[in-house]
Design a protein around this ligand. Structure first.
Ligand SMILES: Nc1ncnc2c1ncn2[C@@H]1O[C@H](COP(=O)(O)OP(=O)(O)O)[C@@H](O)[C@H]1O
Ligand SMILES: N[C@@H](CC(=O)OP(=O)(O)O)C(=O)O
Length: 448
């Protein structure tokens, strides 16, 4: 049995719904279908989730929200009308949205999560309805009914391990089961969403729970490419990636698959296949436990912007036992997570996402570092981008770093920092954000 997850672009309008129905019904193994909320229909379009976030903000700020609510319903109306489904479904959707607004008007976090989740919830109801309309046995399954129980962290849920036992029972149900992605329920019964892009996580949870033979992740590209296709035109397609490579690449910027979505499946060795809804005959990319990396030690190059580096120097830092711990404790006290900590004998840098230093946080952190650690100097370097070169074969290949540094030199790009983890599956380069695309292209030239 397979789990097929369809991303927002795959369910953005009626034409996409038809493609999904064709794909699902073409293979009787595709029993579990996970859907996202409608995504963008064209480049400048707004994703349903973003529309729902705007709606929640308007309600929270006690602003006029009816116009945005009407836009949300209009998107479903377009799908219902084009598919020729009965219009009373739209009344159910409208009253469901109004009920969420009325119930949680004075609980902003709950309202935000419930409205965000409604995007996938209503879309899953529509998809099940459409499959039945075509004559197939299909059922909408609410995540509570499926057994998806999560931590109570609004917008940042994590699956609770006890969920899997109940999810396994889905196998006993008949027909195609359509499950909304992106959210679960806390043990106290509240809707809680995963981080953005989290429908991939739902698909993986269901795949692990039912011990699927394959988790198919349908999106809008033929495969995972070795670099982001918006940076390099027509880059090489990857046939296979390992779980470790994909985890590193998605964390570092390959937004095609959520970086937290591999955790449920990798322990069970369930393969993931990323495929194109618009071209389902293309073989796609398989994410598996091992691959033959002899001919291609580097699997991919990912990049992301929005980082900064807190640079600290103190003479004889190397003699001060506990310096690193006390520095990281300051960040922990502020709830800040960090990415890397490159260090020298008398200096240490902490690289983190810039947005975490918003408001008063930056001043507090810098003051505490100066006062409590008695440093000689502390400064912040902004507008950094991180580039991650990833590949299982890098560990056994000589000259990978040399190729990168030579490529940067030829392109006249200054490397702000270099870091390599002990697993040697990845190598990180920090550059100024305005040079990142040139840097990725330069690396692509030498590795592929
Ligand atoms: N290395 C990569 N390979 C393929 N796609 C990538 C890569 N990096 C970024 N992407 C982007 O990811 C997009 C698909 O992810 P997403 O927009 O989340 O799709 P969905 O709507 O199916 O959830 C692609 O259209 C592409 O622009
Ligand atoms: N709709 C949610 C969850 C999701 O996974 O969407 P998509 O499959 O379109 O990335 C979001 O936009 O974050």
């Amino acid at each position: 049995m397979k789990v097929a997850k369809f991303g927002g672009s795959s369910v953005a309008n009626a034409e996409q719904f038809r493609k999904v129905a064709n794909i699902v019904t073409a293979d009787p193994e595709r029993k579990f279908v996970v859907v996202s909320a409608p995504g963008k229909r064209f480049k400048e379009d707004t994703k349903m989730t973003d529309l729902l976030i705007l709606l929640a903000k308007k309600v929270i700020e006690e602003d006029v929200y009816e116009g945005v609510l009407a836009q949300v319903v209009a998107r479903y109306d377009e799908i219902v009308t084009d598919l020729g489904l009965p219009r009373d479904i739209l009344d159910v959707i409208s009253s469901n949205l109004q009920q969420i607004i009325d119930t949680y008007a004075d609980q902003p976090e709950r309202l935000m999560d419930a409205l965000k989740a409604s995007g996938e919830d209503n879309n899953a109801k529509l998809m099940a309805h459409y499959l039945r309309h075509l004559g197939h046995e299909a059922h909408y399954v609410n995540p509570k009914d499926a057994g998806i129980f999560v931590t109570d962290e609004p917008g940042n849920a994590q699956i609770l391990p006890q969920s899997y036992e109940q999810i396994a029972k889905l196998k006993e149900r008949s027909g195609i089961l359509v499950i909304p992605g992106f959210f679960g329920y806390s043990l106290s019964g509240h809707v809680v969403t995963f981080p953005r892009g989290g429908s991939d996580i739902t698909g993986s949870i269901i795949a692990a729970g039912v011990h699927a033979t394959l988790y198919e992740n349908f999106t809008d590209v033929d495969s995972i490419y070795c670099v982001n296709p918006s940076i390099v035109e027509n880059p090489c397609q990857l046939r296979e990636l390992t779980y470790r490579e994909m985890r590193e690449l998605s964390y570092a910027g390959f937004s095609v698959f959520h970086d937290e979505a591999l955790q449920p499946v990798y322990k069970l060795g369930i393969p993931v296949c990323v495929k194109n809804t618009n071209n389902p005959d293309a073989p796609g990319t398989f994410i598996v436990a091992t691959r033959d990396h002899r001919h291609q030690p580097v699997a991919g190059i990912a990049s992301d912007t929005g980082f900064c580096s807190i640079n600290i120097s103190k003479y004889l830092m190397n003699r001060e036992i506990g310096f690193g711990r006390r520095l990281l404790q300051i960040l922990e006290d502020e709830g800040i997570s960090y990415e890397h900590t490159p260090s020298g004998i008398d200096n240490m840098s902490v690289i983190l996402r810039e947005e975490q230093l918003a408001g008063d946080v930056e001043r507090r952190v810098l003051e505490r570092i100066e006062k409590e650690l008695q440093v000689d100097e502390v400064s912040i370097e902004r507008d950094l981008a991180l580039i991650m070169v990833v590949g299982e074969g890098m560990e056994r290949s000589v000259g990978i770093a040399a190729k990168a540094t030579a490529a940067f030199a030829r392109a006249n790009i200054n490397i702000e920092m270099i870091n390599q983890g002990s697993s040697e599956v990845s190598m990180m380069f920090g550059v100024k954000a305005d040079a990142v695309e040139r840097a990725v292209r330069a690396l692509y030239e030498v590795y592929f």
